[in-house]
Ligand binder design. Sequence first.
Ligand SMILES: [Zn+2]
Length: 332
Amino acid sequence: MNKLTRRTMLAGATALTAAALAPAMMPMPARAAAPMAGKQAAGFYRYKVGDFEINVVTDGAATFPLPDQFVQNHPKAEAQKALAAAFQPTETVTVPFTPIVVNTGPKFVLIDTGYGPEMHAKTKGRVGQLPANLAAAGIDPKSIDTVIISHMHQDHVFGLRTADGGLAFPNAEILVPALDWAYWMSDAEMNKLPEGYTKSVYPGIRKTFTGLENKVTKYEWGKEIIPGFTTIATPGHTPGHTSFVVASGSAKIFVQSDVTNIPHLFLRNPTWQVMYDVDPLKAAETRKKFYDMASAEKALIQGFHFPFPSAGYVEKDGNNYRLIPITWNPVI
Ligand SMILES: [Zn+2]
């Protein structure tokens, strides 16, 4: 048996070069150069949960210089070490955004909306890709019956609006967590915050929902809010942050929303606090509870900030957890 060493690889390369040169002695038909695509392919993926069809539709991913306080409670060098261990660049961080559309048969249900057109323009198309990828998946925004918002951070709600301020899903009922609505729409809550990330995102969130006060339906935890969709209390990231069980027959998945941000930092290190958490200690407590439950149940988890197609199983590893991503299934 051949041993793969640097020496045999070099010998192989020499042999390949010789073989590649040999046909040059004979006249070859000219081949036209293929143009480079120069852009990424459309991003959507499908799988079944009972009778439901899940369409995972990416909104894109943001790459930005790693903030000093990206992990609020640990030095930047530790975050960089964890990024390096996950074979990621250490000066930047990349966060994916992944809404899903569930076709229940009678209804199309979208969970979270991505960044929308304004951020699409600002990031030169890196985020705000949901409309283009919905079109590629053959889903008309007018056919969405229900939009469920997991929490009211901008990457989950800005996509409710079109570029001209209209409604991106004009026929959909919009469901929002009651506790997040109370928090983000309150002047008193906004005014008592110190300067920082959370205060800085208030105006954009409120602008998105201005004029929708009578259109949104507020939901509570522990309820089946539409058939097959049950809300789970996962507070901390925001006060009303919500995860979901999506179930059809005996099959189910957990849609975790932002119980963690990117898994190679915050699932590997569940006590680490991402800078976007409103109540970081509560978020860490929620994380432990949620993943202990999900790993014990061996349930499939759909994660908004997991790498596309953003679904996998979570395995307990001492006090930490590990994501085992699903493998591409060529059939449904
Ligand atoms: Zn998020």
